[in-house]
Design a protein around this ligand. Structure first.
Ligand code: NAG
Ligand code: NAG
Ligand code: NAG
Ligand code: NAG
Ligand code: NAG
Ligand code: NAG
Ligand code: NAG
Length: 183
């Protein structure tokens, strides 16, 4: 899996949010659980009123298991107010813990907008914008959240970022947890 390249912006018609954060509007939490060894990472399936309309240009006949697929990192500028990467690392460890304890994958289904993970200042979510349900691996998410958190910091003039699948069917965002909606 490659997730470290910083690519040129992708075609705006496919994904206009590459260099800006997706903001969930009218967030509705469908279900919540707590993961990790100490069960302190909040995991929620969330619905937003502004869920993205799947584009017909997105791959439709490719495998719905997207574990190991490449994604490209984009940092959100400017610096200031990003998540503490050490909090993101706690999420990463919790995802690895789940993998180690027989929960290697999760389903990002079409009836929800995204799968959210939050620990203190750090929030990350996986958003499915394909026309099918997708299955993704916790181990891969663990790597992506850690990479984006530590490489989209103030020294990169950034405050978090995303990693967009090369085929555009999904992306992972890493951002500062919203104290209001995560409480
Ligand atoms: C998907 O469809 C395209 C064009 O219809 C075809 O070239 C490609 O081999 C297909 N891919 C898979 C995984 O079936
Ligand atoms: C990911 O990117 C690498 C380097 O460009 C490439 O060698 C590899 O085949 C890609 N993997 C997938 C699953 O597309
Ligand atoms: C998961 O298992 C690997 C291999 O046994 C181990 O190195 C790692 O520390 C474990 N991680 C967690 C978070 O449990
Ligand atoms: C994901 O969806 C597949 C296919 O519908 C199903 O077999 C599997 O049990 C689901 N996994 C989880 C973790 O819900
Ligand atoms: C997606 O997954 C949900 C929940 O498992 C299931 O109810 C639904 O039928 C699936 N949709 C498709 C298009 O497979
Ligand atoms: C909606 O998605 C959640 C999370 O994947 C799943 O647990 C639930 O079964 C789905 N509900 C329906 C009606 O498909
Ligand atoms: C959280 O979200 C609400 C509603 O979108 C917004 O008004 C508020 O400023 C946000 N709080 C933080 C700490 O970002």
């Amino acid at each position: 899996m490659k997730f470290f390249a910083f690519a040129l912006p992708l075609a705006a018609t496919l994904l206009p949010l590459v260099n800006s954060a997706f903001v969930c509007e009218n967030e509705k939490v469908v279900s919540t659980s707590y993961i990790g060894a100490t069960k302190d990472v909040k995991s929620s399936f969330v619905s937003c009123s502004n869920s993205l309309v799947p584009s017909p240009q997105l791959a439709s006949n490719a495998s719905t298991n997207v574990c190991g697929a490449n994604c490209t990192t984009n940092c959100f500028t400017p610096s200031g107010g990003g998540p503490d990467p050490n909090d993101c690392q706690v999420i990463s460890n919790a995802l690895l813990y789940e993998t180690n304890n027989s929960v290697p994958t999760f389903n990002a289904t079409l009836n929800t907008t995204g799968v959210y993970m939050q620990y203190q200042t750090c929030e990350t979510f996986f958003l499915n914008q394909a026309t099918t349900n997708l299955t993704y691996c916790n181990q891969d998410w663990a790597q992506v959240v850690e990479y984006v958190a530590f490489n989209c910091q103030a020294t990169q003039n950034a405050h978090g970022g995303n990693c967009v699948a090369d085929d555009q069917r999904w992306f992972i965002q890493v951002q500062t947890a919203n104290a209001t909606s995560s409480s």
